[in-house]
Design a binder for this molecule. Structure first.
Ligand code: ADE
Length: 250
């Protein structure tokens, strides 16, 4: 990654699944929807652009499902949006921003914002040599120790799957991964950023406690807006911190 590490960060791509997570970011960063769309239909992604602290910022959300009218979530829309957005915006840094479940055994509490140390999948079980490791995937996030220290963020492994709940097999895999954070997008995005050799970090606000005693959907719906506000509070300081720096300074 030598060349990339020295390059100054001019363009940051922020990938978000849900509209409710994206709108507070768009407001605080004062971004405008790209019209005409920069990510062409039939891709349902919607992008917003602007410049803050001298950094070109593009927030891209997955858009709505044509069949069901809800936000597209999960690793497939996340990876498709990431692929198209990386090609369109040619970012120096990609950030996955969103809500997630957190493990209290790893120090998570509702409203915390975690920064990812690594990305893995907990719902890809392929017990064939080679494919077993491919299924779990696991790649490191950009380390960014100075950013983490400046923002006083908690840190941990982010594990992705395509369900809000978990099966016994998912749980066992989450344990073996050592996940602190469970969500539905980051591992898919990490496959795309790995392909393109683009530095990738993730900021995840905790809406529910995975190893707690309440159903995730109840806690998620209760805490979605507070968590989106926590992400809104963190995004401007992040942009201010990366502005004018190169990847190796993060
Ligand atoms: N997003 C918010 N909470 C989540 C959870 N517990 N699992 C997956 N995605 C989530």
């Amino acid at each position: 990654m030598g060349v990339t590490e020295d390059r100054k960060i001019n363009t940051v791509l922020v990938l978000v699944a849900m509209e409710a997570e994206a709108l507070p970011l768009i407001n605080i960063l004062d971004l405008k929807e790209d019209i005409p769309q920069r990510i062409a239909p039939p891709a349902p992604a919607v992008s917003y652009s602007g410049n803050k602290h001298g950094v070109d910022i593009h927030v891209v959300r997955n858009g709505k499902c044509q069949l069901h009218g809800v936000d597209n979530v999960g690793t497939v829309p996340a990876a498709v949006t990431a692929y198209l957005a990386v090609h369109e915006f040619k970012p120096d840094l990609v950030i996955s921003v969103g809500t997630a479940g957190g493990f209290k055994a790893k120090g998570a509490a509702i409203g915390d914002v975690f920064m990812a140390t690594a990305f893995a999948n907990h719902d890809r079980r392929i017990p064939i040599p080679g494919f077993d490791k491919y299924g779990v995937w696991r790649v490191d996030a950009l380390a960014a120790p100075n950013l983490k220290a400046a923002l006083k963020l908690k840190e941990g492994v982010v594990s992705s799957g395509n369900s809000l709940d978990y099966s016994k097999e998912d749980w066992d895999q989450l344990e073996s991964i050592g996940a602190a954070v469970k969500e539905m997008e980051a591992a898919g995005i990490s496959w795309v950023t790995h392909l393109h050799d683009v530095p990738f970090i993730a900021l995840k606000a905790i809406t529910d406690i995975v190893d707690g005693d309440r159903p995730a959907q109840e806690e998620f719906l209760e805490n979605l807006h507070a968590a989106a506000k926590a992400l809104q509070d963190v995004i401007s300081p992040v942009m201010e911190f990366v502005a004018g720096k190169s990847i190796k300074d993060l």
